[in-house]
Design a protein around this ligand. Sequence first.
Ligand SMILES: Nc1ncnc2c1ncn2[C@@H]1O[C@H](COP(=O)(O)OP(=O)(O)OP(=O)(O)O)[C@@H](O)[C@H]1O
Length: 271
Amino acid sequence: MSGEILRLRDVSISRGEVPIVHDVSLDVVPGAVTLILGANGAGKTTLMDGIAGLVRNTSGTIHLDGVAIERFPTYRRAQAGLGYVEQSRTVFRTLTVEQNLLVSQAGKGDLDMVYRLFPELEKRRNLQAGHLSGGEQQMVVLGRALISDPKVVLIDEMSLGLAPVIVSRLMKAVGDLVGLGIAVLLIEQFAHLALEVGTNAYVLRKGRVVFSGPCEELRGADQRLHELYFGAAPATAADAAAPVAQPVAQPVAAGTPAVPSDGPEPEGGTR
Ligand SMILES: Nc1ncnc2c1ncn2[C@@H]1O[C@H](COP(=O)(O)OP(=O)(O)OP(=O)(O)O)[C@@H](O)[C@H]1O
């Protein structure tokens, strides 16, 4: 693929001594929402942490807009145009919405852009963020990552603990981002909602890419997704008839594994 703004080649990442992500290559292009899908424990967050520089890759290359950033510390990656919305949303509860948005910007930033994306926040700009709903707090967190006008924004599971209707609202905003020229790399466990706004998808299993391609190939394909997530075809006709949407489409409450864990594969694993 050419024209990519973020390009990973053969990236491997360990947590401590444990290899988690293996030889991942992916491209994020402007004007597109790129998805990272996979079961709990597949290594999605570790991959994003590696791109953002919170954990170092043990091998491979990461280019942002043509610049090799894999040895940059986190703040330089941010300066180079990488925004990161980490999994656990946090707002400064006693600061107003506007103070939250500008907190890392020394009072400057494109507030109008954020308020165009989230008119809900403009109405509450002087309200303490602790009084916002969970969905509105997530909008603030997203807005804070966008206000510095990143080239690429990494978004890790902004749906955790939120009602589907709120997740749909946030997904719409993610779709709107590409119209603003911001490329998006999105982890989302509401796969069916993410696939509606996504352009390309990568599915990770045990830290390896097992699918890369257009989202349209995965829309409505619950059985295919199940196999990509877990790697096994149904063993019996009864299994085949069993609903498979749960792991893909129905996350459960925050902190509870939505699907069986798909933990790290030991080096020299059997697959
Ligand atoms: N700091 C850490 N130290 C050691 N192991 C870790 C650490 N963080 C994550 N892991 C392990 O790495 C594996 C991948 O975790 P990761 O959070 O990247 O997966 P994920 O696909 O994002 O899962 P989830 O959907 O549950 O967030 C898991 O087995 C997890 O236990």
